[in-house]
Design a protein around this ligand. Structure first.
Ligand SMILES: *[C@@H]1O[C@H](CO)[C@@H](O)[C@H](O)[C@H]1NC(C)=O
Ligand SMILES: *[C@@H]1O[C@H](CO)[C@@H](O)[C@H](O)[C@H]1NC(C)=O
Length: 364
C-alpha cells in the first residue's frame, strides 16, 4: 500500500511513541513460537498451536501420567535478550473460554531470565464467557515467582535480562482450548484499559455453578498438592468472579462469592495462599447451601479465612437445594467425555480424594 510521506512520518512517530509505553513480546507470526510438552520428561500430554497475526490458539490435553503439562514458548534468540527494566509488568489478553466450559483454565505465563538461566511463572486464569468476549490481566514483574524450568534458591526474575516467554498449562487433566491475543510489556498498570479486565458475564444455572465449583476444587487442590498454590488461587479467583457476575443464579450464592472476592482482593494470588483459603471457604459454604446443609465451621480453615463474612453474606437469603448426587454423576460423565472445554477424570473418586486431601492439609 502506498503511503504519502506525511502519513509515513506520523506512522513512524506513532511507533516511537507506542514503543515507550508498550512492547509486544508475542510478535505472533514473525516469532518462532514452538510447542514443548511433558514428552521431554516421559509424559503424554499434547498441545497443538495455531498462530496468526492476531494471536495463538493452543489446544490439547493434559495427561497426569508421568508429567502433566503442555506449553508454547518463544526464545528471543542469541542477540534478542530484552531489557524490560523500564516496564512494570505484562498485559496479557485472552479470549474467554467457550461458554459451556466446566470451569476456568489456569495458566502460568513464564519469562525466561538469562542471569538465572531459569524461567519464572505468574499464574492467571481464563474465564468462560460469551463468544467474542476477551479478558485482560496485568501481571506485575514481582508476581513472576514460580520457578518452572529449574529451581534455584532465593533467585528472582531480573526483568533486565529476559530471553523468552511462554504459556504453560499444568495439571488440569483432560482437554483444553484457549486463545491468547496479547502479551505486552507495559510501563504501568494504567496502560491496560480497565474495561478490558472486566469479567465476561456468563448466563448460567445453579447446577452449572455447582459443577464449576466442584471442578475448580478438583483442579485447584491437585495443583496445590503438586506445589502450585498460586495456580489454585488464580483458578479459584476466576471461578469466584465468574459466579459473582453471572446471570440467572441464586442471589445468596452470588452474595457469598462477592464477599469472598472483596475480602480476598488484598492478597495477591502470586504472593501467597491466603486468597485461595478465603475462596475455598466460600466454595464450601456455597456447596453446602446447594446441598441443604450448614457450612463447615471456620475452624476448618486457617485464621485468614475466619470471620463473619460468610454468615453475613448468607443472612436472610435462602438457596434452593439441588439434586447434588445426580449432578455429581453428570459431572463425571462430562469430565470423562473430554469434550471441548471439559476435562477427563479417571473417576469421580479422585474428585473427592482431591478435596479430602485439601481439607486434611487445611486441618493441620
Ligand atoms: C436459568 O436457570 C434455570 C434454573 O436453574 C435453568 O433451568 C435454566 O437452564 C437457566 N438458563 C440458562 C440460559 O442457563
Ligand atoms: C482476580 O480476578 C479479578 C477479576 O478478573 C481480577 O480483577 C483480579 O485482579 C484477580 N485478582 C488477582 C489478585 O489476580
Amino acid at each position: 500500500m502506498a503511503r504519502s510521506p506525511r502519513s509515513l512520518v506520523s506512522y513512524i512517530w506513532c511507533l516511537v511513541v507506542a514503543e515507550g509505553a508498550v512492547v509486544d513480546l508475542a510478535e505472533w507470526s514473525s516469532a518462532g513460537w514452538f510447542v514443548q510438552n511433558d514428552g521431554v520428561m516421559g509424559g503424554r500430554s499434547s498441545g497443538n498451536l495455531q498462530v496468526s497475526d492476531s494471536g495463538a490458539r493452543f489446544e490439547g490435553s493434559i495427561n497426569l501420567d508421568g508429567g502433566g503439562f503442555a506449553s508454547f514458548r518463544r526464545d528471543f534468540g542469541w542477540f534478542g535478550e530484552r531489557n524490560l527494566r523500564d516496564y512494570a509488568g505484562l498485559w496479557v489478553e485472552v479470549d474467554a473460554l467457550a461458554e459451556s466450559s466446566l470451569a476456568p483454565v489456569a495458566i502460568h505465563v513464564e519469562l525466561d531470565d538469562a542471569s538465572e538461566r531459569s524461567g519464572f511463572g505468574a499464574a492467571m486464569a481464563i474465564p468462560p464467557g460469551p463468544a467474542g468476549s476477551t479478558y485482560s490481566v496485568f501481571l506485575p514483574f514481582s508476581w513472576f515467582r514460580k520457578q518452572l524450568l529449574r529451581s534455584c534458591r532465593d533467585c528472582i526474575l531480573n526483568p533486565g535480562r529476559v530471553t523468552g516467554v511462554g504459556i504453560v498449562v499444568l495439571y488440569q487433566e483432560g482437554f483444553f482450548s484457549f486463545r491468547v491475543r496479547k502479551i505486552y510489556a507495559v510501563s504501568s498498570e494504567s496502560e491496560v484499559p480497565s474495561s478490558a479486565g472486566r469479567m465476561p458475564t456468563l448466563t448460567t444455572s445453579d447446577s452449572d455453578v455447582w459443577k464449576m465449583i466442584r471442578a475448580s476444587i478438583l483442579r485447584g487442590s491437585y495443583a496445590w498438592n503438586q506445589g502450585y498454590p498460586e495456580q489454585c488461587g488464580a483458578l479459584y479467583n476466576s471461578t469466584a468472579f465468574v459466579i459473582s457476575s453471572a446471570r440467572n443464579i441464586s442471589e445468596t450464592v452470588q452474595s457469598i462469592a462477592r464477599a469472598a472476592t472483596s475480602y480476598a482482593e488484598q492478597f495477591p494470588l502470586n504472593l501467597g495462599n491466603n486468597a485461595a483459603w478465603i475462596y475455598r471457604r466460600s466454595f464450601d459454604a456455597i456447596s453446602a447451601a446447594y446441598d441443604g446443609s450448614a457450612p463447615p465451621p471456620e475452624s476448618r480453615y486457617p485464621q485468614v479465612a475466619h470471620g463473619d463474612w460468610v454468615r453475613t453474606a448468607m443472612s436472610g437469603g435462602s438457596v434452593q437445594p439441588l439434586p447434588v448426587s445426580d449432578l455429581a454423576n453428570e459431572l463425571q460423565q462430562q469430565m470423562v467425555s473430554g469434550a471441548p472445554g471439559q476435562f477427563a477424570l479417571r473417576s469421580l473418586g479422585l474428585l473427592f480424594v482431591g478435596c479430602m486431601h485439601f481439607l486434611v492439609g487445611l486441618a493441620d
